[in-house]
Design a protein around this ligand. Structure first.
Ligand SMILES: [Zn+2]
Length: 79
C-alpha cells in the first residue's frame, strides 16, 4: 500500500497517510486541526522493484510523475 503525503492549508503541517491506490485522490483530514488537506504532489516518491528487488526511490519533480508512468496514480507506484 503506497504512502501519500498531504499538507494542511491551515497549519501548514505535512503528514503521511497509508491508503489504497483507489483512495489516493481522496482528501485527508489534518491530524492537528482536522481540516481537509490536499495531497502534496511535489514530493511524491515512487517505489519500484525494477532494480532486482531493491526498492528504489524516484522523486518526482512536478505533478507526482515517476519514470514509469505519466501520472502520480499508476499501478507501478502501488506495490
Ligand atoms: Zn491543520
Amino acid at each position: 500500500m503506497p504512502i501519500y503525503e498531504y499538507v494542511c492549508p491551515k497549519c501548514d503541517v505535512t503528514f503521511e497517510r497509508l491508503r489504497p491506490l483507489s483512495q489516493a485522490q481522496q482528501p485527508a483530514d489534518c491530524p492537528k486541526c482536522h481540516k481537509i488537506s490536499r495531497r502534496k504532489m511535489s514530493t511524491f516518491a515512487c517505489f519500484t522493484a525494477s532494480t532486482g528487488g531493491v526498492p528504489k526511490t524516484i522523486a518526482g519533480t512536478s505533478g507526482g510523475s515517476c519514470s514509469s508512468c505519466s501520472s502520480g496514480n499508476c499501478g507501478t507506484c502501488a506495490s
